[in-house]
Design a protein around this ligand. Structure first.
Ligand SMILES: NCC(=O)CCC(=O)O
Ligand SMILES: [Mg+2]
Length: 338
């Protein structure tokens, strides 16, 4: 028997029936404007190295990075996030290389900004590429457990951030999770007249096992050894704590706020955006990328479709932007309409 029309009056499938009405009711869209591309930079010239646990990701020297930057601009990706690969000779207990004005990061920033002034350049502020022990901060030599000291580390981070700003970085991004570093860095930048340098705070950075492939990429896995970052990065069990972390960084003057990792932490992205109403970013980390790549390579998942779905889910959760190793691929896929 045909339904009389009394039931069901509401048919959710009506709007899904045709492409035009699906498009008209679409709530979220991903565009190239939402993307930040992380890049690994090497010293030297004409160098490209692959990263075994991150197929498709390469470490490149500055001359080759300029080609990558040009692609990003052409594809409409607004910004690059720089991660340096520092060789063993540059790593010390005191991380002094982190604020060397002739170091790899300042030279990379200068080269990028000279060639592509309109490209956003974001630098990572944390000591882990530069410490012989692979921790993000300075270790207390008297502590048998190697406690990472907060206030001593702040002084080092302030010097590092200032060094990046002097080189021309548009955004400095403290990812170290020390307490009070946003305020300390803001003061340092303002004192030196860098009032326009933005701070992207990695406010809710979790002590995650999804960072594994990244540590291979920058070569800090060996230095960190069996060490962990539980005394400063957040416990994956916590949610309210993330709101407090972001609130503190708002009060200290940060401009942008990062949740990291991404897909296992969509609830945190949602809460930060809903409850605090700030520019909210999310980092689809190396382990998330590696999972999609591996499943794609095995033919277990449609890599492109799943990667785009994951990126869209960040928008749906409330992210204003996404830091992702897929940034250039995604921008290319969107451009080709594929
Ligand atoms: N500071 C960078 C990381 O901690 C890891 C990022 C990633 O796994 O992609
Ligand atoms: Mg904090």
């Amino acid at each position: 028997m045909r339904p009389t029309g009394a039931f069901p009056a509401t048919r959710m499938r009506r709007m899904r029936r045709d492409n035009f009405s699906r498009r008209l009711m679409r709530e979220n869209v991903l565009t190239a404007n939402d993307l930040i591309f992380p890049v690994f930079v090497l010293d030297g010239e004409q160098r490209t190295e692959s990263v075994a646990s991150m197929p498709g990701v390469e470490r490149v020297s500055i001359d080759r990075l300029l080609l990558v930057a040009e692609q990003a601009l052409t594809l409409g990706v607004p910004a690059l996030a720089l991660f340096p690969v520092i060789d063993a000779a540059g790593k010390t207990d005191g991380a002094e290389e982190a604020w060397n004005p002739d170091g790899l990061v300042p030279r990379t920033v200068q080269a990028l900004k000279a060639r592509f002034p309109e490209l956003g350049v974001i630098t990572d502020v944390a000591l882990d590429p530069y410490t012989s022990h692979g921790q993000d901060g300075l270790i207390d030599p008297r502590d048998p457990r190697g406690y990472v000291m907060n206030d001593e580390t702040l002084e080092a981070l302030a010097k590092q951030a200032l060094c990046h700003a002097e080189a021309g970085a548009d955004v400095v991004a403290p990812s170290d999770m020390m307490d009070g570093r946003i305020g300390r860095i803001r003061t340092e930048l303002d004192r030196a007249g860098h009032i326009h340098t933005r701070i992207l705070a990695y406010s809710a950075k979790y002590a995650s096992s999804f960072y594994g492939p990244f540590r291979d990429a920058v070569g800090s896995a060996g230095n960190l050894g069996k060490g962990n970052k539980y005394t400063y990065q957040m416990d994956p069990a916590n949610s309210d704590e993330a709101i407090r972390e972001v609130a503190l960084d708002i009060a200290e003057g940060a401009d942008m706020f990062m949740v990291k990792p991404g897909m296992p932490y969509l609830d945190i992205v949602r809460r930060v955006k809903r409850e605090l109403e700030v520019p909210t970013y999310v980092y689809q980390v190396s382990g998330e990328y590696a999972m999609l790549k591996a499943a794609g390579a095995n033919g277990w998942l449609d890599e492109k479709a799943c990667a785009m779905e994951a990126l869209l889910s960040f928008k749906r959760a409330g992210a204003d932007g996404i830091l992702t190793y897929y940034a250039l691929d995604a921008a290319r896929w969107m451009k080709s309409g594929a």
